[in-house]
Design a protein around this ligand. Structure first.
Ligand code: ADP
Ligand code: MG
Length: 249
């Protein structure tokens, strides 16, 4: 299996796009790995002549309109989950202009919503990780650590400790690339002890409601805001629970 997979995804047209431009799109599928993009010369400066230009693109997989989130997970994320359980680092990166569907692909319509069909990569990765751990040899113990950072105005800030607002990304021979000083919530866990981390991921839902960017931004501007103190309280309570679990184990 190649180490990197690159896919293109086309989200369904929005109602606004349909009402303004109709159903037609500039993409024609060839197969599951390629498509033709019809460039309208009036839009693109590099097309010289008057004719419509057709450009063919290839990817490891193309997810056309109407693709299932489960298929995207299986193709893109499941190999990473399997790798992680075997000690291989992995990353999923979404790239595209605002409105392209990055958040939807990662989270689904909302991270705390449990619609099985629509849920995005992040909750599926959590499920996949725990399933893989459950299925693993009983003698193996895993430590799962969770950090949450955001790159905002080119500074890396720690979302579990907002006083750390300029973390440095460093590289060492022992740790590879790491975020120096970042808060890590962790638990040494047996294969069955899976619920706490799922709760931790739900916290992201509290803080990153994708439909309320302004709310989150204004919360950032005011560190005493209710959103953040609620988050911090929840994290503190959770940390205590994690400690208790660790002591019991
Ligand atoms: P981005 O994070 O790239 O700015 P979003 O994920 O917020 O974009 O998507 C923009 C809009 O398109 C949202 O209203 C979202 O619900 C919708 N959308 C994105 N991808 C899909 C999809 N695969 N199926 C249905 N709706 C989608
Ligand atoms: Mg987004």
């Amino acid at each position: 299996m190649p180490n990197i997979r690159v896919s293109a995804l086309f989200r369904p047209l929005s109602l606004k796009e349909k009402s303004e431009h109709g159903d037609s799109v500039s993409i024609r599928a060839i197969d599951t790995e390629s498509f033709i993009f019809k460039v309208e010369n009036s839009f693109v400066a590099f097309v010289q002549d008057e004719k419509e230009e057709e450009i063919k693109f290839h990817f490891d997989r193309v997810f056309f309109q109407g693709s299932q989130q489960a298929d995207i997970y299986e193709f893109l994320a499941l190999p990473i989950v399997k790798g992680v359980v075997n000690g291989v680092n992995g990353a999923i990166i979404t790239y595209g202009q605002t409105g392209a569907g990055k958040t939807y692909s990662m989270e689904g319509p909302g991270i705390t919503e449990c619609n099985e069909e629509q849920k995005g990569l992040l909750p599926r990765v959590v499920d996949g990780l725990f399933n893989a751990i459950k299925l693993s040899d009983d003698m193996t113990r895993y430590t799962i650590k969770l950090s949450m950072v955001e790159i905002y105005l080119e500074r890396v800030r720690d979302l579990f400790d907002l006083s750390k607002d300029n973390l440095q990304i460093k590289e060492s021979k022992v740790h590879g690339i790491f975020v120096s000083g970042v808060t890590e919530l962790s638990q040494k866990m047996k294969a069955e002890d899976v619920q706490l981390l799922e709760q931790l991921f739900i916290l992201e839902g509290i803080f990153f409601d994708p439909n309320s960017v302004e709310e989150v931004e204004s919360a950032y501007d005011d560190v005493t805001s209710r959103t953040i103190s609620t988050l911090q309280k929840a994290v503190e309570e959770l940390s205590k629970t994690v400690d208790e679990v660790c002591t019991v184990l």
